[in-house]
Design a protein around this ligand. Structure first.
Ligand code: NAP
Length: 461
Protein backbone atom coordinates (compact mmCIF):
# COMPACT_ATOMS: atom_id res chain seq x y z
CA UNK A 1 0.00 0.00 0.00
CA UNK A 2 1.26 3.52 -0.81
CA UNK A 3 2.54 5.49 2.20
CA UNK A 4 0.09 8.39 1.76
CA UNK A 5 -2.87 6.01 1.41
CA UNK A 6 -1.74 4.23 4.55
CA UNK A 7 -1.85 7.49 6.51
CA UNK A 8 -5.39 8.15 5.22
CA UNK A 9 -6.51 4.72 6.44
CA UNK A 10 -4.83 5.38 9.80
CA UNK A 11 -6.77 8.62 10.12
CA UNK A 12 -10.02 6.85 9.23
CA UNK A 13 -9.23 4.22 11.87
CA UNK A 14 -8.57 7.00 14.38
CA UNK A 15 -11.92 8.62 13.57
CA UNK A 16 -13.64 5.27 14.25
CA UNK A 17 -11.73 5.02 17.51
CA UNK A 18 -12.70 8.53 18.61
CA UNK A 19 -16.36 7.99 17.69
CA UNK A 20 -16.20 4.77 19.70
CA UNK A 21 -14.82 6.64 22.72
CA UNK A 22 -17.52 9.27 22.36
CA UNK A 23 -20.22 6.58 22.45
CA UNK A 24 -18.77 5.27 25.68
CA UNK A 25 -19.85 8.44 27.44
CA UNK A 26 -23.31 6.98 27.99
CA UNK A 27 -24.14 3.45 29.24
CA UNK A 28 -26.81 3.22 26.52
CA UNK A 29 -24.31 3.50 23.68
CA UNK A 30 -21.22 2.07 25.42
CA UNK A 31 -21.39 -1.38 23.81
CA UNK A 32 -21.61 0.16 20.36
CA UNK A 33 -18.68 2.42 21.28
CA UNK A 34 -16.53 -0.55 22.22
CA UNK A 35 -17.27 -2.23 18.88
CA UNK A 36 -16.40 0.94 16.94
CA UNK A 37 -13.21 1.57 18.87
CA UNK A 38 -12.23 -2.09 18.47
CA UNK A 39 -12.92 -1.90 14.73
CA UNK A 40 -10.73 1.21 14.50
CA UNK A 41 -7.85 -0.60 16.19
CA UNK A 42 -8.36 -3.66 13.98
CA UNK A 43 -8.23 -1.56 10.81
CA UNK A 44 -5.07 0.26 12.00
CA UNK A 45 -3.35 -3.02 12.87
CA UNK A 46 -4.38 -4.76 9.66
CA UNK A 47 -3.16 -2.01 7.32
CA UNK A 48 0.18 -1.86 9.13
CA UNK A 49 0.88 -5.26 7.55
CA UNK A 50 0.53 -3.57 4.17
CA UNK A 51 2.92 -0.71 5.03
CA UNK A 52 5.54 -0.14 2.28
CA UNK A 53 8.54 -0.62 4.62
CA UNK A 54 7.04 -3.65 6.35
CA UNK A 55 9.33 -6.68 6.58
CA UNK A 56 8.80 -8.23 10.01
CA UNK A 57 5.51 -9.96 9.22
CA UNK A 58 6.26 -13.01 11.31
CA UNK A 59 7.45 -11.10 14.37
CA UNK A 60 4.42 -8.83 14.24
CA UNK A 61 1.96 -11.68 13.81
CA UNK A 62 3.60 -13.52 16.69
CA UNK A 63 3.47 -10.46 18.96
CA UNK A 64 -0.19 -9.86 18.11
CA UNK A 65 -1.09 -13.52 18.67
CA UNK A 66 0.66 -13.70 22.07
CA UNK A 67 -0.73 -10.33 23.21
CA UNK A 68 -4.26 -11.17 22.08
CA UNK A 69 -4.21 -14.60 23.76
CA UNK A 70 -2.93 -13.22 27.08
CA UNK A 71 -5.39 -10.30 26.99
CA UNK A 72 -8.35 -12.55 26.12
CA UNK A 73 -7.72 -14.97 28.98
CA UNK A 74 -6.92 -12.19 31.48
CA UNK A 75 -9.98 -10.10 30.53
CA UNK A 76 -12.32 -13.07 30.87
CA UNK A 77 -10.92 -14.06 34.25
CA UNK A 78 -10.46 -10.72 35.94
CA UNK A 79 -12.93 -9.87 38.68
CA UNK A 80 -14.65 -6.52 38.32
CA UNK A 81 -13.06 -5.36 41.57
CA UNK A 82 -9.58 -6.15 40.19
CA UNK A 83 -10.10 -4.08 37.07
CA UNK A 84 -7.91 -1.15 38.23
CA UNK A 85 -4.91 -3.52 38.61
CA UNK A 86 -5.47 -4.81 35.11
CA UNK A 87 -5.65 -1.32 33.70
CA UNK A 88 -2.45 -0.47 35.59
CA UNK A 89 -0.53 -3.36 34.03
CA UNK A 90 -1.74 -2.78 30.47
CA UNK A 91 -1.18 0.90 30.76
CA UNK A 92 2.33 0.42 32.14
CA UNK A 93 3.15 -1.86 29.22
CA UNK A 94 2.15 0.94 26.82
CA UNK A 95 4.53 3.34 28.57
CA UNK A 96 7.29 0.72 28.57
CA UNK A 97 6.76 0.05 24.86
CA UNK A 98 7.06 3.77 24.09
CA UNK A 99 10.31 3.94 26.09
CA UNK A 100 11.66 0.89 24.22
CA UNK A 101 10.87 2.49 20.86
CA UNK A 102 12.98 5.48 21.93
CA UNK A 103 15.79 3.19 23.10
CA UNK A 104 15.84 1.43 19.72
CA UNK A 105 15.86 4.76 17.86
CA UNK A 106 18.80 5.96 19.94
CA UNK A 107 20.67 2.75 19.09
CA UNK A 108 20.52 3.46 15.36
CA UNK A 109 23.88 4.74 14.15
CA UNK A 110 23.92 8.26 12.72
CA UNK A 111 22.65 11.62 13.91
CA UNK A 112 18.89 12.10 14.38
CA UNK A 113 17.19 15.38 13.56
CA UNK A 114 16.99 17.48 16.76
CA UNK A 115 13.20 17.38 16.96
CA UNK A 116 13.27 13.55 16.79
CA UNK A 117 15.93 13.30 19.48
CA UNK A 118 14.17 15.75 21.83
CA UNK A 119 10.70 14.20 21.48
CA UNK A 120 12.22 10.71 21.54
CA UNK A 121 13.98 11.31 24.85
CA UNK A 122 10.91 13.04 26.34
CA UNK A 123 8.79 10.03 25.35
CA UNK A 124 11.43 7.74 26.86
CA UNK A 125 11.37 9.67 30.16
CA UNK A 126 7.60 9.80 30.42
CA UNK A 127 7.13 6.21 29.20
CA UNK A 128 9.69 4.84 31.69
CA UNK A 129 8.09 6.72 34.61
CA UNK A 130 4.67 5.48 33.53
CA UNK A 131 5.94 1.90 33.23
CA UNK A 132 7.65 1.58 36.62
CA UNK A 133 5.01 3.70 38.37
CA UNK A 134 2.19 1.56 36.95
CA UNK A 135 3.95 -1.61 38.09
CA UNK A 136 4.15 -0.26 41.66
CA UNK A 137 0.49 0.79 41.43
CA UNK A 138 -0.38 -2.75 40.32
CA UNK A 139 1.62 -4.28 43.18
CA UNK A 140 -0.13 -2.03 45.69
CA UNK A 141 -3.63 -2.71 44.45
CA UNK A 142 -2.92 -6.42 44.26
CA UNK A 143 -1.76 -6.34 47.88
CA UNK A 144 1.81 -7.35 46.93
CA UNK A 145 3.11 -4.12 48.48
CA UNK A 146 1.14 -3.39 51.61
CA UNK A 147 3.10 -0.46 53.05
CA UNK A 148 3.23 3.12 51.86
CA UNK A 149 6.77 4.40 52.12
CA UNK A 150 6.84 7.90 53.53
CA UNK A 151 9.97 9.58 54.89
CA UNK A 152 11.09 13.16 55.44
CA UNK A 153 12.65 14.80 52.42
CA UNK A 154 11.02 12.35 50.04
CA UNK A 155 9.81 15.00 47.64
CA UNK A 156 13.32 16.54 47.52
CA UNK A 157 14.90 13.16 46.74
CA UNK A 158 12.30 12.56 44.01
CA UNK A 159 13.05 15.94 42.52
CA UNK A 160 16.81 15.28 42.51
CA UNK A 161 16.35 11.93 40.75
CA UNK A 162 14.07 13.55 38.17
CA UNK A 163 16.52 16.44 37.65
CA UNK A 164 19.43 14.00 37.18
CA UNK A 165 17.39 12.02 34.62
CA UNK A 166 16.56 15.23 32.74
CA UNK A 167 20.24 16.32 32.69
CA UNK A 168 21.31 12.89 31.37
CA UNK A 169 18.52 13.07 28.79
CA UNK A 170 19.85 16.44 27.59
CA UNK A 171 23.33 14.89 27.26
CA UNK A 172 21.88 11.93 25.36
CA UNK A 173 20.24 14.33 22.88
CA UNK A 174 23.32 16.53 22.47
CA UNK A 175 25.87 13.80 21.91
CA UNK A 176 23.76 11.30 20.01
CA UNK A 177 25.69 9.27 17.40
CA UNK A 178 24.19 5.83 17.91
CA UNK A 179 27.52 4.42 19.14
CA UNK A 180 26.52 2.92 22.46
CA UNK A 181 29.85 1.23 23.15
CA UNK A 182 31.35 4.24 25.01
CA UNK A 183 30.09 7.03 27.30
CA UNK A 184 26.98 7.53 25.19
CA UNK A 185 25.74 4.07 26.14
CA UNK A 186 26.47 4.78 29.81
CA UNK A 187 24.56 8.07 29.73
CA UNK A 188 21.58 6.43 28.07
CA UNK A 189 21.64 3.47 30.46
CA UNK A 190 21.80 5.78 33.50
CA UNK A 191 19.06 7.94 32.04
CA UNK A 192 16.68 4.98 31.72
CA UNK A 193 17.66 3.68 35.17
CA UNK A 194 16.90 7.03 36.83
CA UNK A 195 13.66 7.51 34.91
CA UNK A 196 12.46 4.08 36.05
CA UNK A 197 13.58 4.85 39.61
CA UNK A 198 11.62 8.11 39.57
CA UNK A 199 8.44 6.24 38.65
CA UNK A 200 8.99 3.88 41.61
CA UNK A 201 9.82 6.68 44.07
CA UNK A 202 6.89 8.79 42.95
CA UNK A 203 4.37 5.96 43.40
CA UNK A 204 5.60 4.25 46.59
CA UNK A 205 4.32 6.91 49.03
CA UNK A 206 0.87 7.15 47.47
CA UNK A 207 -1.78 5.29 49.43
CA UNK A 208 -4.08 2.65 47.94
CA UNK A 209 -6.96 5.10 48.25
CA UNK A 210 -5.53 7.32 45.56
CA UNK A 211 -4.24 4.61 43.27
CA UNK A 212 -7.07 4.77 40.70
CA UNK A 213 -6.35 8.47 40.20
CA UNK A 214 -2.64 7.74 39.84
CA UNK A 215 -3.31 4.96 37.33
CA UNK A 216 -5.40 7.32 35.29
CA UNK A 217 -2.60 9.89 35.41
CA UNK A 218 -0.09 7.29 34.18
CA UNK A 219 -2.57 6.43 31.46
CA UNK A 220 -2.43 10.05 30.33
CA UNK A 221 1.39 10.02 30.49
CA UNK A 222 1.56 6.80 28.47
CA UNK A 223 -0.57 8.45 25.81
CA UNK A 224 1.79 11.40 25.66
CA UNK A 225 4.86 9.13 25.42
CA UNK A 226 3.25 7.08 22.64
CA UNK A 227 2.35 10.29 20.77
CA UNK A 228 5.97 11.52 20.96
CA UNK A 229 7.36 8.20 19.74
CA UNK A 230 4.76 8.21 16.96
CA UNK A 231 6.29 11.49 15.80
CA UNK A 232 9.80 9.96 15.91
CA UNK A 233 8.63 6.98 13.85
CA UNK A 234 6.55 9.16 11.52
CA UNK A 235 3.49 7.04 12.29
CA UNK A 236 0.17 8.93 12.20
CA UNK A 237 -1.73 6.12 13.96
CA UNK A 238 0.59 6.27 16.99
CA UNK A 239 0.44 10.06 17.15
CA UNK A 240 -3.36 10.12 17.08
CA UNK A 241 -3.74 7.19 19.50
CA UNK A 242 -1.25 8.85 21.85
CA UNK A 243 -3.05 12.18 21.77
CA UNK A 244 -6.46 10.56 22.29
CA UNK A 245 -5.26 8.40 25.20
CA UNK A 246 -3.33 11.31 26.67
CA UNK A 247 -6.27 13.70 26.63
CA UNK A 248 -8.82 11.08 27.75
CA UNK A 249 -6.51 10.11 30.63
CA UNK A 250 -6.04 13.74 31.63
CA UNK A 251 -9.80 14.38 31.67
CA UNK A 252 -10.45 11.21 33.66
CA UNK A 253 -7.75 12.10 36.20
CA UNK A 254 -9.28 15.54 36.67
CA UNK A 255 -12.81 14.16 36.96
CA UNK A 256 -11.80 11.62 39.60
CA UNK A 257 -9.76 14.10 41.60
CA UNK A 258 -12.62 16.62 41.46
CA UNK A 259 -15.21 14.04 42.54
CA UNK A 260 -12.99 13.29 45.56
CA UNK A 261 -12.44 17.02 46.10
CA UNK A 262 -8.66 16.62 45.80
CA UNK A 263 -6.16 18.41 43.64
CA UNK A 264 -3.87 16.25 41.54
CA UNK A 265 -0.78 17.62 43.29
CA UNK A 266 -2.38 16.74 46.62
CA UNK A 267 -2.91 13.16 45.39
CA UNK A 268 0.69 12.90 44.20
CA UNK A 269 2.57 14.61 46.98
CA UNK A 270 0.48 14.49 50.15
CA UNK A 271 0.61 10.75 50.89
CA UNK A 272 -3.16 10.79 51.62
CA UNK A 273 -4.76 7.38 51.92
CA UNK A 274 -1.44 5.92 52.99
CA UNK A 275 -2.74 5.51 56.52
CA UNK A 276 -5.94 3.67 55.48
CA UNK A 277 -7.77 2.14 58.41
CA UNK A 278 -5.27 3.10 61.07
CA UNK A 279 -6.74 6.27 62.49
CA UNK A 280 -10.38 5.64 63.21
CA UNK A 281 -11.69 8.40 65.43
CA UNK A 282 -13.80 7.46 68.45
CA UNK A 283 -17.51 7.95 67.75
CA UNK A 284 -20.27 8.81 70.17
CA UNK A 285 -23.27 6.54 70.44
CA UNK A 286 -23.71 2.98 69.28
CA UNK A 287 -24.54 1.29 66.02
CA UNK A 288 -28.00 -0.23 66.10
CA UNK A 289 -28.43 -3.58 64.46
CA UNK A 290 -31.59 -4.68 62.64
CA UNK A 291 -32.52 -8.18 61.50
CA UNK A 292 -32.94 -8.60 57.71
CA UNK A 293 -36.62 -9.56 58.15
CA UNK A 294 -37.36 -6.30 59.98
CA UNK A 295 -35.39 -4.30 57.43
CA UNK A 296 -37.41 -5.95 54.63
CA UNK A 297 -40.67 -5.06 56.36
CA UNK A 298 -39.64 -1.42 56.77
CA UNK A 299 -39.01 -1.20 53.02
CA UNK A 300 -42.12 -3.07 51.90
CA UNK A 301 -44.33 -0.76 53.93
CA UNK A 302 -42.61 2.34 52.58
CA UNK A 303 -43.51 4.25 49.44
CA UNK A 304 -40.08 5.14 48.20
CA UNK A 305 -36.74 3.33 48.64
CA UNK A 306 -33.45 4.67 47.27
CA UNK A 307 -30.72 2.06 46.86
CA UNK A 308 -27.12 3.28 47.18
CA UNK A 309 -24.56 0.72 46.01
CA UNK A 310 -20.86 0.96 46.86
CA UNK A 311 -17.64 -0.97 46.74
CA UNK A 312 -19.01 -3.73 49.04
CA UNK A 313 -21.73 -4.58 46.51
CA UNK A 314 -19.01 -5.10 43.91
CA UNK A 315 -16.93 -7.26 46.26
CA UNK A 316 -19.96 -9.39 47.08
CA UNK A 317 -21.14 -9.45 43.44
CA UNK A 318 -24.59 -8.74 44.83
CA UNK A 319 -25.90 -6.72 41.87
CA UNK A 320 -28.21 -9.46 40.51
CA UNK A 321 -29.81 -10.05 43.91
CA UNK A 322 -30.13 -6.28 44.40
CA UNK A 323 -32.10 -5.95 41.17
CA UNK A 324 -34.27 -8.93 42.21
CA UNK A 325 -35.00 -7.15 45.50
CA UNK A 326 -35.82 -3.92 43.67
CA UNK A 327 -38.29 -5.69 41.37
CA UNK A 328 -39.89 -7.45 44.33
CA UNK A 329 -40.35 -4.14 46.15
CA UNK A 330 -41.82 -2.58 43.00
CA UNK A 331 -44.26 -5.49 42.68
CA UNK A 332 -45.43 -4.54 46.17
CA UNK A 333 -46.06 -0.96 45.13
CA UNK A 334 -42.82 0.61 46.39
CA UNK A 335 -41.06 3.14 44.15
CA UNK A 336 -37.38 2.14 43.85
CA UNK A 337 -34.53 4.32 42.57
CA UNK A 338 -30.78 3.73 42.40
CA UNK A 339 -28.40 6.52 43.41
CA UNK A 340 -24.86 6.43 42.07
CA UNK A 341 -21.99 8.49 43.42
CA UNK A 342 -19.35 9.35 40.80
CA UNK A 343 -16.55 7.64 42.78
CA UNK A 344 -18.51 4.78 44.32
CA UNK A 345 -16.53 1.56 43.97
CA UNK A 346 -13.00 1.59 42.69
CA UNK A 347 -13.18 2.98 39.19
CA UNK A 348 -15.33 5.49 37.34
CA UNK A 349 -18.62 3.97 36.25
CA UNK A 350 -18.02 0.89 38.44
CA UNK A 351 -21.56 0.82 39.83
CA UNK A 352 -23.16 1.69 36.48
CA UNK A 353 -21.41 -1.27 34.87
CA UNK A 354 -22.49 -3.69 37.60
CA UNK A 355 -26.11 -2.53 37.62
CA UNK A 356 -26.24 -2.62 33.81
CA UNK A 357 -24.84 -6.16 33.92
CA UNK A 358 -27.67 -7.14 36.28
CA UNK A 359 -30.23 -5.61 33.89
CA UNK A 360 -31.28 -2.55 35.91
CA UNK A 361 -32.89 -0.12 33.41
CA UNK A 362 -31.00 3.15 32.98
CA UNK A 363 -34.05 5.24 33.83
CA UNK A 364 -33.94 3.90 37.38
CA UNK A 365 -30.33 4.98 37.88
CA UNK A 366 -29.72 8.55 39.07
CA UNK A 367 -26.58 10.63 39.42
CA UNK A 368 -25.73 12.44 42.64
CA UNK A 369 -27.06 15.83 41.55
CA UNK A 370 -30.30 14.33 40.24
CA UNK A 371 -31.18 12.32 43.33
CA UNK A 372 -29.78 14.20 46.32
CA UNK A 373 -32.87 16.37 46.71
CA UNK A 374 -35.05 13.24 46.97
CA UNK A 375 -33.55 11.64 50.08
CA UNK A 376 -35.75 13.62 52.52
CA UNK A 377 -38.81 12.18 50.75
CA UNK A 378 -37.53 8.58 50.86
CA UNK A 379 -38.90 6.21 53.46
CA UNK A 380 -35.68 4.24 53.34
CA UNK A 381 -32.22 4.58 51.87
CA UNK A 382 -30.64 1.15 51.45
CA UNK A 383 -26.86 1.53 51.52
CA UNK A 384 -25.19 -1.59 50.16
CA UNK A 385 -21.45 -1.75 50.90
CA UNK A 386 -20.96 1.99 50.51
CA UNK A 387 -19.15 4.02 53.13
CA UNK A 388 -17.08 7.08 52.14
CA UNK A 389 -19.58 8.24 49.52
CA UNK A 390 -22.30 8.54 52.19
CA UNK A 391 -20.10 9.89 55.00
CA UNK A 392 -21.65 13.14 56.35
CA UNK A 393 -18.19 14.22 57.57
CA UNK A 394 -17.43 15.17 53.95
CA UNK A 395 -20.26 17.71 54.24
CA UNK A 396 -20.14 18.73 57.91
CA UNK A 397 -16.63 18.25 59.33
CA UNK A 398 -13.97 20.66 58.02
CA UNK A 399 -11.29 18.59 59.81
CA UNK A 400 -12.12 15.42 57.88
CA UNK A 401 -9.71 14.31 55.15
CA UNK A 402 -12.67 13.92 52.80
CA UNK A 403 -14.23 17.29 53.68
CA UNK A 404 -15.64 18.93 50.57
CA UNK A 405 -16.25 15.73 48.62
CA UNK A 406 -19.86 15.75 47.46
CA UNK A 407 -21.79 12.91 49.10
CA UNK A 408 -25.15 11.22 48.71
CA UNK A 409 -27.31 12.67 51.51
CA UNK A 410 -28.68 9.30 52.67
CA UNK A 411 -28.77 10.52 56.28
CA UNK A 412 -31.71 12.72 55.29
CA UNK A 413 -33.91 9.70 54.50
CA UNK A 414 -36.42 8.65 57.12
CA UNK A 415 -34.57 5.38 57.75
CA UNK A 416 -31.08 4.42 56.58
CA UNK A 417 -30.49 0.69 56.27
CA UNK A 418 -26.80 -0.09 55.95
CA UNK A 419 -25.49 -3.42 54.75
CA UNK A 420 -21.86 -4.13 55.62
CA UNK A 421 -19.98 -6.99 57.23
CA UNK A 422 -18.79 -5.26 60.38
CA UNK A 423 -16.90 -2.15 61.41
CA UNK A 424 -14.63 -2.08 58.37
CA UNK A 425 -13.65 1.39 57.21
CA UNK A 426 -14.05 2.59 53.65
CA UNK A 427 -11.34 3.52 51.19
CA UNK A 428 -10.34 6.70 53.03
CA UNK A 429 -9.88 4.75 56.27
CA UNK A 430 -12.03 7.03 58.41
CA UNK A 431 -15.02 6.54 60.70
CA UNK A 432 -18.55 7.27 59.50
CA UNK A 433 -20.96 9.09 61.80
CA UNK A 434 -23.85 8.01 59.59
CA UNK A 435 -23.76 4.52 61.10
CA UNK A 436 -24.38 5.95 64.59
CA UNK A 437 -27.34 8.14 63.61
CA UNK A 438 -30.75 7.76 65.26
CA UNK A 439 -32.33 6.83 61.94
CA UNK A 440 -29.58 4.35 60.95
CA UNK A 441 -29.87 0.59 61.23
CA UNK A 442 -27.04 -1.82 60.50
CA UNK A 443 -27.90 -5.05 58.71
CA UNK A 444 -24.67 -6.96 59.10
CA UNK A 445 -23.31 -9.51 56.69
CA UNK A 446 -21.95 -10.05 53.21
CA UNK A 447 -24.00 -7.94 50.80
CA UNK A 448 -25.13 -10.88 48.68
CA UNK A 449 -26.23 -12.94 51.71
CA UNK A 450 -28.04 -10.04 53.33
CA UNK A 451 -29.86 -8.99 50.16
CA UNK A 452 -30.91 -12.65 49.73
CA UNK A 453 -32.36 -12.52 53.25
CA UNK A 454 -34.09 -9.21 52.50
CA UNK A 455 -35.72 -10.84 49.48
CA UNK A 456 -36.86 -13.79 51.59
CA UNK A 457 -38.14 -11.36 54.25
CA UNK A 458 -40.02 -9.22 51.73
CA UNK A 459 -41.65 -12.29 50.21
CA UNK A 460 -43.13 -13.20 53.60
CA UNK A 461 -44.98 -9.88 53.87
P1 NAP B 1 -15.84 2.38 50.52
O1 NAP B 1 -15.84 3.70 51.17
O2 NAP B 1 -14.56 1.80 50.11
O3 NAP B 1 -16.59 1.39 51.55
C1 NAP B 1 -16.88 0.10 51.21
C2 NAP B 1 -17.53 -0.57 52.41
O4 NAP B 1 -18.02 -1.83 51.92
C3 NAP B 1 -16.57 -0.87 53.53
O5 NAP B 1 -16.79 -0.02 54.63
C4 NAP B 1 -16.83 -2.35 53.88
O6 NAP B 1 -17.19 -2.46 55.24
C5 NAP B 1 -17.99 -2.74 52.97
N1 NAP B 1 -17.82 -4.07 52.37
C6 NAP B 1 -16.71 -4.61 51.85
N2 NAP B 1 -16.95 -5.84 51.39
C7 NAP B 1 -18.26 -6.09 51.63
C8 NAP B 1 -19.11 -7.19 51.37
N3 NAP B 1 -18.68 -8.34 50.81
N4 NAP B 1 -20.41 -7.11 51.74
C9 NAP B 1 -20.87 -5.97 52.34
N5 NAP B 1 -20.11 -4.90 52.60
C10 NAP B 1 -18.82 -4.97 52.24
O7 NAP B 1 -16.78 2.35 49.25
P2 NAP B 1 -17.57 3.52 48.53
O8 NAP B 1 -18.52 4.16 49.48
O9 NAP B 1 -18.08 2.92 47.27
O10 NAP B 1 -16.49 4.63 48.25
C11 NAP B 1 -15.50 4.49 47.23
C12 NAP B 1 -14.19 5.03 47.75
O11 NAP B 1 -13.19 4.73 46.76
C13 NAP B 1 -14.18 6.53 47.95
O12 NAP B 1 -13.36 6.87 49.03
C14 NAP B 1 -13.56 7.03 46.65
O13 NAP B 1 -12.94 8.29 46.80
C15 NAP B 1 -12.54 5.94 46.41
N6 NAP B 1 -12.11 5.94 45.00
C16 NAP B 1 -12.99 5.63 44.04
C17 NAP B 1 -12.61 5.75 42.73
C18 NAP B 1 -13.57 5.49 41.59
O14 NAP B 1 -13.23 5.85 40.48
N7 NAP B 1 -14.72 4.91 41.86
C19 NAP B 1 -11.33 6.15 42.39
C20 NAP B 1 -10.46 6.44 43.43
C21 NAP B 1 -10.87 6.32 44.72
P3 NAP B 1 -17.03 -3.87 56.00
O15 NAP B 1 -15.59 -4.23 55.89
O16 NAP B 1 -17.48 -3.60 57.41
O17 NAP B 1 -17.90 -4.85 55.31
Amino acid sequence: MRADLLQVVYIAAAVLFILGLKSMSSPRTARRGIIWAGAGMLVATAVTFAAPDMTNYLLMALAIAIGAAVAYVAARRVAMTDMPQMVAIYNGMGGGAAALIAAVEFMHPGVMPDSFAILGILGALIGSVSFSGSMIAFAKLQGLIKKSFLFPGQNVLDLLVLAAAVVLGVFAVLQHTGNLGGPEGLVLGLFFGLALLYGVLMTLPIGGADMPVVISLYNALTGLAVGFEGYVLGNAALIIAGVVVGSAGTLLTQLMARAMNRSISNVLFAGFGAHGGQELAAMEGAMKEMAPDDAAISMVFGQKVIIVPGYGMAVAQAQHKVWELARLLESKGVQVKFAIHPVAGRMPGHMNVLLAEAGVPYDKIYDLEEINGEFPTADAALVIGANDVVNPAARDDPGSPIFGMPILDVDKAQTVLIIKRGRGAGFAGIENKLFYGDNARMVYGDAQDVVGKLIAGAKKV
